[in-house]
Design a protein around this ligand. Structure first.
Ligand code: B12
Length: 207
């Protein structure tokens, strides 16, 4: 079923992709399988876009399709009441409007007991600072999918430092544009390009 989902997603057959995802999500481990398959499909759509075979309209359609599938898939990952192990302020950095990976990471982090304050996409540096002052998180999470976002992360961390808040928090960066080198360049404490690793590292940062 995952192969069919992958194919219909990449072929932009929305009705079929949503139908298969609805069926798959009801099976054992189905929610994770749906999200993994859709992520793989997104990578292929991105590759086709880069190769000039797909255009912005396909990127938009793929984003809409994934958001639609997430609506009935993410609730399956939400566990019952879990004891809170800490607070995280999470946002996609200034200049970047990609929300999907952030939203998946958020639900998985919440399921593991992290109280996530989601401050949205295309988040101005100062909004991170305000949220840190207001919610006093132990961790700040930044999502970044475009190259331009790397400078945004660096600047956001500088602004957090200038506000005298850097020593109080740990910072984890995530999304398609992050790596060990990017982490060192922007001055973050951890990085993850998949949500499960991100949750594991966040828990480590919480001690
Ligand atoms: C869908 C999509 C869009 C949609 C987004 C819809 C939406 N609502 O989010 C739209 C159409 C808006 C879009 C726009 C653009 N896009 Co776009 N887009 C994509 C695409 C195909 C999929 C992204 C996605 O959702 N992936 C699926 C999720 C699940 O994966 P993920 O984000 O990596 O998240 C996982 C992990 O990284 C992690 N994670 C994510 N965030 C965080 C945060 C933390 C703290 C942690 C710990 C973990 C974590 O957990 C997630 C689950 O495992 C990618 C291709 C790709 N390979 O990524 C291109 C891509 C990101 N886009 C790209 C580009 C160029 C653009 C545009 C500039 C196009 C244009 N000409 O206008 C604009 C930029 C708009 C902007 N200012 O942000 C490029 C970026 C290249 C680059 N190096 O900069 C890519 C890579 C495509 C490509 N190969 O060229 N895009």
């Amino acid at each position: 079923m995952q192969k069919e989902l992958l194919k219909s997603f990449v072929d932009m057959d929305e009705a079929e992709a949503v139908r298969i995802a609805r069926e798959l999500v009801e099976t054992e481990g189905g929610a994770v399988a749906v999200l993994d398959t859709c992520k793989e499909a997104m990578e292929e759509v991105g590759r086709l876009f880069e190769a000039g075979e797909y255009f912005l309209s396909e990127l938009i359609a793929a984003g809409d399709m994934f958001n639609q599938i997430m609506e009935f898939t993410l609730p399956k990952l939400q566990g019952g009441e879990v004891a809170s192990i800490g607070t995280m302020v999470l946002g996609t950095v200034l200049g970047d409007v990609h929300n999907i990976g952030k939203d998946i990471f958020k639900v998985m982090a919440e399921a593991s007991g992290i109280n996530v304050i989601d401050i949205g996409i295309d988040v101005p540096h100062e909004k991170f600072v305000e949220a840190i002052k207001e919610h006093k998180p132990e961790i700040v999470g930044m999502s970044c999918l475009i190259t331009l976002g790397v400078d945004s992360m660096k600047r956001t961390i500088e602004v957090i430092e200038e506000a005298g808040l850097r020593d109080d928090i740990k910072i984890i960066i995530g999304g398609g544009r992050v790596s060990q080198a990017v982490m060192e360049h922007v001055g973050a404490d951890a990085w993850a390009d998949d949500a499960a690793r991100g949750v594991r590292l966040s828990k480590e940062l919480l001690g």
